[in-house]
Write a protein that binds this ligand. Sequence first.
Ligand SMILES: CC(C)(COP(=O)(O)OP(=O)(O)OC[C@H]1O[C@@H](n2cnc3c(N)ncnc32)[C@H](O)[C@@H]1OP(=O)(O)O)[C@@H](O)C(=O)NCCC(=O)NCCS
Length: 148
Amino acid sequence: MIDILLLDQNNTKALAVVHSCCFEVGWDEKTFDGLFQGFGTFGWGAYQEGQLLGFMLARIVFDEAEILTFCVLPKMRQQGIGAILVQTLQEHAKNVGVKSIFLEVSVNNETALQLYQRLGFSEIATRPNYYRSLINSKTDAKVLRFIC
Ligand SMILES: CC(C)(COP(=O)(O)OP(=O)(O)OC[C@H]1O[C@@H](n2cnc3c(N)ncnc32)[C@H](O)[C@@H]1OP(=O)(O)O)[C@@H](O)C(=O)NCCC(=O)NCCS
C-alpha cells in the first residue's frame, strides 16, 4: 500500500537521496532546506513501509502554483505513483483557490510529458536552451499549465 504524506523540513535527507537517484544533477539537503524556508513551498511524499519512493514539491503564490520538482525512484515507476502525486497537488490546489498550476519539462522527457497531458496539462510556451546537461549540451523546455 502507498501512503501519501505531507513533507516538511524533517524530510530533506530522504528527498536528496531520492532526487539524486532520479536526475542527472541531484539536489542536496541544503537545497531542499532552502526551498522549505522559502515562501509557499509544500509537497507530498509517496511512502511504502516507511520508505520514500517518490515526491512532489510545489510552491503556491497567491492563485498560482508551480511544480518545483517531481520524481519517482526508477524501480517504482509505471505503477501510477507519479499520477497520484500530481493528482494530490491538483486536488489541493483546487481546495485552496489556486487557478493555474505551471511547470517546465524537457522537450525530451516523453514519459513526463505524456503523464502531464493525460492529467489535463496543456503546453503554453517553449523556453529555448532552458536545461544544461553535465556535458554542457542544451535542451529546450516546454511550459505546461493546468487550469484548476
Ligand atoms: C515522470 C515520473 C515522475 C513518472 O512517475 P511514474 O510513477 O512512473 O508515473 P505513472 O506510473 O503514474 O505514469 C507513468 C506511465 O506509467 C503508466 N502506468 C501507470 N500505472 C501503470 C500500471 N499499473 N501498469 C503499467 N503502466 C502503468 C501510465 O499509463 C503512464 O504512462 P502514460 O503517461 O504514457 O499514460 C518518473 O518517470 C520520473 O521520476 N522521471 C524522472 C524525473 C522526471 O522526469 N520528473 C519530471 C520532471 S518535469
